[in-house]
Design a protein around this ligand. Structure first.
Ligand code: MTE
Ligand code: MO
Length: 199
């Protein structure tokens, strides 16, 4: 390979090494929803974490928004191959929410309004890597993008970031969610290009 001039002979490498294999950059914010957008009023919004023993921890909107809010700037990667760099969110860390939960579960299933589900290992929600995000670009999160609040797990493909999340169920064993059951990868690391089962 010779020298590649930016803008000539293919894709410009202006991503600073931030683009996982097989992805392209977009400046838009595409909407990907496997169904209609549920409208959830904050007055009747509730987030629950249910442990493997059935213990339920829940937060209404007032309790949730009273928790420490973090500003998060992260890159997001959709399995349909678009990536968007430096997206700016605000939300509550899962470290904060899970701090009051006693569990020995190793997996979690996120459940959303509308029936969407997605699974991941519980440790992936810890260590400053996952949030319940309720603001985007300095404004309340649009319903199309998961408002009032969505899961944000940017180190995994974006299908893991459940919009309109209402419950996190802690599980002893891994189970497939909506896309995982349809043949997508159970973990979904964009840097290892884990798109489909078997990748
Ligand atoms: N509840 C729910 N969450 C969801 C989805 C969905 O269809 N329903 N789509 C997933 C997929 S495939 C992607 S790429 C992102 C898209 O989020 P966006 O519409 O805000 O770009 O949401 C994820 N979370
Ligand atoms: Mo996606």
């Amino acid at each position: 390979m010779g020298i590649v001039t930016p803008g000539f002979g293919g894709r410009r490498r202006d991503d600073g090494g931030k683009l996982p294999p097989g992805q392209y950059l977009t400046r838009d914010f595409p909407v990907l929803s496997a169904g209609p957008t549920p409208r959830v009023a904050t007055e009747r919004w509730e987030l629950a974490i249910v442990t493997e023993t059935g213990r339920r921890h829940s937060w209404d909107w007032a309790a949730f928004t009273a928790l420490p809010v973090e500003d998060i700037t992260v890159d997001i990667h959709c399995v349909t191959r678009w990536s968007k760099l430096d997206t700016a969110w605000s939300g509550v860390s899962l470290d904060t929410l899970l701090a009051e939960v006693d569990t020995s579960a190793e997996y979690v299933m996120a459940h959303s309004h509308g029936g969407y589900t997605t699974n991941m290992p519980l440790p992936d929600l810890l260590g400053g890597r996952a949030w319940i995000a309720h603001r985007y670009g300095g404004r309340p999160l649009d319903p199309e993008h998961g408002g009032p609040a969505r899961l944000l797990v940017p180190h995994l493909y974006f299908w893991k970031s459940a919009k309109w999340v209402r419950e996190l169920r802690l599980l002893a064993r891994d189970e497939p969610g909506f896309w995982e059951d349809a043949g997508y990868h159970s973990y979904g690391d964009p840097w290892r290009e884990q798109r489909y089962e078997g990748d």
